[in-house]
Design a binder for this molecule. Structure first.
Ligand code: AMP
Length: 212
């Protein structure tokens, strides 16, 4: 059972890396705060409606809302039993400190990627509407144009509404302002693993990183 935090700028490949971890550890639960917010937004829940204005601008949703949401999710039985890959949280030092009161973690994996690649990853990314497999119009197209490799559904290039250039610039700035204190915090606890994720890792690499 592993409890893993994935850390890195938007577009570093946290979603793709989570998929790779799931291949090595199929039972582990992927908890993405961005996905939970998007789901809440789609269903127009109070959390979704509160988060919308921040998400549209590429700003952080207030800590109290996110922390409560993560606490709820990490306290569920499935997560306690199978462990988790936490993707998109913590994004502030207060969130990191709150997380230490919610659960132990085994390690934090920092995905390091050059900013030019990040921009192309974000502006080119899209996903299958059926199974959520991630693609990129520059780097990772489906083998057969318009058809999902994983589930065979029809797909076309469609960006997330916050994957536009202006919001992206804001999201990268927000990341840069918050990242160092969080990284120092985990480095001082001896939890940080730093990996270069400019190229997708092989299954062997993943197994090594996860210490399986
Ligand atoms: P993501 O899919 O991780 O890029 O998240 C999309 C958006 O959801 C972010 O730009 C924020 O507005 C919001 N969000 C996701 N996770 C957090 C978090 N840990 N703290 C604050 N806002 C968040």
């Amino acid at each position: 059972m592993k409890r893993i935090v994935l850390f890195g700028p938007p577009g570093a490949g946290k979603g793709t890396f989570s998929g790779q971890i799931k291949q090595a550890l199929p039972e582990i639960i992927h908890v993405s705060t961005g996905d939970i917010f998007r789901e809440n937004l789609k269903n127009e829940t109070p959390i979704g409606l509160r988060a919308k204005k921040y998400m549209d601008r590429g700003e952080l949703v207030p800590d109290d809302v996110v922390i409560e949401m993560v606490k709820d999710r990490l306290n569920k039985e499935d997560v306690k039993k199978e462990g988790f890959v936490l993707d998109g949280f913590p994004r502030t030092l207060s969130q990191a400190e709150a997380l230490s009161n919610i659960t132990e973690i085994d390690y934090v994996i920092l995905l390091e990627v050059d900013e030019d690649i990040i921009i192309k990853r974000i502006l080119g990314r899209y996903s299958c509407p059926n199974c959520e497999e991630i693609y990129n119009k520059y780097f990772m197209k489906p083998k057969k144009e318009g058809i999902c490799d994983k589930c065979g559904a029809l797909i076309k290039f469609e960006q997330r509404s916050d994957d536009n250039e202006e919001t992206l610039r804001n999201r990268l700035n927000v990341y840069k302002q918050n990242a160092n204190p969080i990284l120092d915090y985990y480095r001082s606890k001896g939890k940080l693993k730093d990996i270069n994720y400019e190229k997708k890792l092989t299954e062997k690499d993943i197994i090594k990183v996860l210490e399986l």
